[in-house]
Design a binder for this molecule. Structure first.
Ligand SMILES: NC(=O)C1=CN([C@@H]2O[C@H](COP(=O)(O)OP(=O)(O)OC[C@H]3O[C@@H](n4cnc5c(N)ncnc54)[C@H](O)[C@@H]3O)[C@@H](O)[C@H]2O)C=CC1
Length: 262
């Protein structure tokens, strides 16, 4: 017989840092496409060579930008990119509500391969699980357009580490950014630190002071509810009374903009 203490549960302050990560994605897309890092380095190094920077700087406008997953973060990335007048694309296991697709004028792809083939920028916003581990391997990367960019703030292991390095070194991938590595903290000699044309950061995109204030308020609320024997917010619960109850692990979640599938 399985026995559970009905007061035991596992919860998270869901969504507390999704805006923070989405803003980081937009920042890193712009940093890559506009060739910001080499330009900044020139300033630090006392140089002034506009031709050398402009040679690899583009506008984002009119480019095709796609997200692998349109959950809480992926959807916010799409929403933030809409005013840049780009062509938006997404793949997700669950389709967004039709009204959201229409509002964003976003093209749905039935699989990652189809999206990868047409995008100038691919941003990865899906969870790491057996299906997505090394999803971006040599084969997937080779399908991407020559000269395209990848921004991955999801998990480092979604990339095949060395296949990415090879693709950047051979100029197939023009630039890579994100804040997630495998393992973390990244070793001093992790090859992504020294590969060309990257705009990586340590894993801090979801840890802005605004996000920290939201986690702290959420944790206070969860503890207060627990101490006062009050119900927790449904969207915060992951495991309750021995059962996984998180909608993220069960079905598409209408709170994230997925079409209702009930
Ligand atoms: N860099 C950072 O600081 C942070 C990174 N993350 C990462 O971002 C990921 C996404 O976060 P949220 O948007 O909040 O999660 P979410 O649960 O709201 O959305 C995840 C989406 O991925 C989709 N999905 C699942 N498996 C998929 C697959 N095989 N292919 C395509 N889509 C798939 C789901 O249907 C869902 O729409 C997290 O799993 C986490 O790894 C999350 C927060 C902070």
């Amino acid at each position: 017989m399985e026995m559970y203490d009905d007061r035991l549960f596992s919860a998270e302050v869901s969504g507390s840092n999704v805006v923070s990560v989405a803003e980081h994605v937009v920042m890193q897309i712009l940093a890559l496409v506009r060739n910001f890092i080499p330009a900044y380095k020139q300033v630090i190094n006392g140089e002034w060579d506009i031709a050398r920077i402009a040679d690899k700087a583009y506008d984002l406008e009119n480019k095709h930008v796609g997200t692998v997953a349109a959950g809480r973060i992926g959807l916010r990335v799409l929403q933030r990119l809409k005013p840049f007048n780009v062509h938006l694309h997404y793949y997700d296991k669950f389709r967004l509500d039709k009204s959201i697709e229409k509002d964003l004028n976003v093209t749905y792809h039935p699989n990652v391969e189809s999206l990868a083939k047409v995008c100038d920028v691919v941003t990865i916003n899906c969870p790491l699980h057996p299906e997505t581990e090394h999803l971006f391997d040599k084969k997937m990367i080779s399908l991407m357009k020559k000269g395209s960019y990848i921004v991955n703030t999801a998990r480092g292991k979604i990339m095949d580490r060395d296949a990415l390095v090879d693709a950047v070194k051979s100029n197939h991938i023009e630039g890579y950014a994100g804040d997630v590595w495998y393992p973390q903290p990244a070793a001093k000699d992790h090859p992504w630190r020294s590969m060309p044309r990257h705009a990586m950061t340590p894993h801090y995109s979801g840890t802005t002071l605004d996000a920290q204030a939201r986690y702290a308020a959420g944790v206070q609320e969860i503890l207060g509810n627990w101490l006062n024997n009050q119900a927790q917010r449904e969207e915060y619960l992951i495991v309750d009374q021995g059962k996984v109850v998180s909608r993220a692990y069960t079905e598409g979640d209408a709170t994230k903009g997925h079409a209702s599938n009930k």
